[in-house]
Design a protein around this ligand. Sequence first.
Ligand code: IVH
Length: 693
Amino acid sequence: MSDQDSPLYIQSNADSSVPDEVIKRAAWLRVEIDKANTLYYVENSPELDDAEWDARMQELLSLEATYPELKTSDSPTQRIGSAPASGFEEVMHRLPMLSLGNVFDEAGLRDWHRRTLAFLEIDHAPMVCELKIDGLAIAITYNNGVLEQAATRGDGLRGEDVTANVRTIRSVPLKLRDDAPSELELRGEVFLPKSKFASLNRERERSGLPAYVNPRNSASGSLRQLDSTETAKRPLDMYFYSLGYIDNTVEPASHSEALSAIKEWGGHVNEWTRNAETIEEVMAAIANASLVRDTLDYDIDGVVIKINSLTLQKRLGYVGRDPRWAVAFKFPAERAETTLKAIHVNVGRTGALTPWAELEPVMVGGVTVGRATLHNKDEIVRKDLREGDRVIVQRAGDVIPQIVSIASKNKRNKQSLPFQFPATCPSCNTRTIQTEDEAITKCLNTACMAQFERLLEHFASRSAMDIEGLGERVAQDLPRLGFVSNIADVYRLHNRRDDLIKVDKMGATRVDNLLQAIETSRSQSLPRLLFALGISGVGSESAEWISQRFGNLTAIQKATEEELLAIEGIGPTIASTLCEYFALEENQKLVEDLIELGINPSDQTPTLLEDHPVNGRLFVITGKLEKMSRAEAQNQIKEMGGKVTSSVSKKTNYVVKGTDPGSKLNKAQQIGIHIINEEQLRALIIEGVVPID
Ligand code: IVH
C-alpha cells in the first residue's frame, strides 16, 4: 500500500461526513480480515501473517474511531467486546432447543434404532454419526447474513441473550457468505480448546481467581461474562451442528446437506462425521471416535447418531425434550478411588431425606470431586457403605458423581459399623416414613423448617423467580428470624424494611437490593412461577407446557388429571402430584394470597385445545396409513388432546380407515361410528376441519 492510498491522506468530503474512499477502504479491510479469519479459524490454513493481520485490524479500528458512523455490527472489530451489561436478556427460541436421549452400550443403541424404525414403519434409514462436543449449546440468528442474536439453550424454550459475547468468538462468522438464506438460525457447540485451558487457568490463578474445573465449565463461564471484553480474551471456538429456524429459500433434504450448506456459508463444521447404514457401522464409527478422542483439542463425551433424512426427522418429531431422530452414545464414565469420609443427610424441599457422601477430594476425569450423591437409604445398605471405606467414584458428563462400590472390603477398618439412617428428620425431629414404591425416606411435617428453607431458596433461584440476594443463607435467615413463614410472605417483606436492616450482615443497601429484586420478580412469567412453587416433578419444561395449555394459575389449579395427561410430555406421576398439591387447603390459600398480592401472571398464548375438534375425541385406526405411521398418527392425535384406542365401542368418535382395514371397520359400520380416511384425519388434526358424514 502506498502512502497515497492510506486513509490518513484522504480529505474529508464536505457533502457526507464519511468520505467515499474511507467507506470503500473500510469495506475492503473488513472483507480482507474476514477472509483471513475464516482461513485461520475455520479452514485451518492461514494465509496472512500475524503482523499483516494486526496492521489491517489497527487501521480499521482507527477508521471506525474517526468515523463512528462507519461501525457496523458485522465488522470484525466488534469481536473485541463491548461495555459490560447489567444482566442477560431473556430470548424466546423460535424453535425449542432440544436435548438428547442417552444410550450407554450397543444394546441401548439397537433399542433406539428399532424403536425409530418401528415408529416410521420402515426397515431402513441412513444415519450420520458426529462427535458429541462437550461444551455449551448456542443458537445464532442471522438476518440477511449478518449475525443478529446469539442465545444459550436455557431451559430449551427460553435462553439468555449472549450476542455480545458470541461476537467475540473468532470462528463464528459475523457475516455469512452471500448465498445464505436471509432468515437463518444456526446451532452448535461453543467450547474452549483443551490446549488453551491450562494457560487460562494459570492466568486466573496468577490474578487470584479460582481455577476452572474443566474446559466445559470455563467455556460456559467465559460466555456468561457480563463484560464481553473479558470473553474476547478467552480463546473460545464453536462448531455448528445443525440448522435451527430457516426461511424456505433453501430446503436441504438431509442433515449432511445442511452441514455442507453451513460450511458453504462460512460456518465452522466439525470434520469428523461418518455416514452409517447399519448399527454395525455406527459401532465402528464409535470405536473410531474413542480412538481419536485423546488426539483432539476439545473434549468429547460421546457420539451423536442422527437419522439423515430431514423429512424423516420431521415425521419422527420429539418426545418430551428429546428428539426421536437422534440419540447420544455416551462414552463410559470416568472412575477413581478415594475415601468416604462421612455420610450426611439433607432434607429436600419436598421432605425427602437424601444422603450424600463427603469424600476425600479426588480427580475424576479432570474434575475434583469432593461429594457424591447416595440417592436413598437402600442404596447405602445395598452397597454396604460405611464411613471410612475406600470407594470407587464415578463421574459421567454432567451427572452428579456417584459411588459405584467399595474398593475393597479388606481395606475396611474392623471397627467400622453400618450407617444408621436417621429415623427422625434431622431438621425438625419428626419421625420419618418410607414410601413403599420409591424407597424414599420422607419427613411429612409440612411445617418442617429445612423443607421450607429449601423451597424458599428454590423459589428465588435463577431459573425460578430469579430473586438475587435470596440465596442459601438468606433463605435460612428469613424463616428463622420470623420474617417469612410461607412463600406469599416474600411479597409482604417490603413492609418490614426497617426490621430487616437490623438483621446481622444485611444493612440498608442489601435490604433495598433484595426488596427491589423481589419487586422485579413480580413480573416473572407463569411457567417460572409454576416451577418456583417447587411441586415435586414439575421442572421448568413441564411448567412451560402446563402454562401454555392453561394460561393462568387459577386454571392450572382447577386442572383435572385427565386434562393434564393429555398434554404431550406430562406423565401420570406429574399429573397426580399436581392434583394432590392443589387439593391441599394450604396450597389453595397460597395461590389465593399470591393472586391477592398481584402475583398472577398469565400466559399470552394458551393453546385453546378445548376448541380443537380432536380434543377429547376417541379414535380407532384400522388398516395401513399411507403418509404416516400409526405411531405418528397416534402422537398427533394425542398432542391435540385426543386419544387412540384399539377397539371400537359406542364411545368411539372416529374410525380412521386405511388400506386393508380389519374387522374394526365392520364393527364401526354396524354401530354407526363416523368413518374417515387418512386425508380427512390430517385435515382434522392440522386445520381443525371437521369431516362431514
Ligand atoms: S444435536 C436435538 N449434535 O449435546 C438435537 N448436539 O446432550 C440436539 N452436542 O444440547 C443437538 N455435540 O449442546 C447435537 N454433534 C452434536 C453435538 C450436540 C454436542 C450437545 C448439544 C446438546 C447436548 C445434548
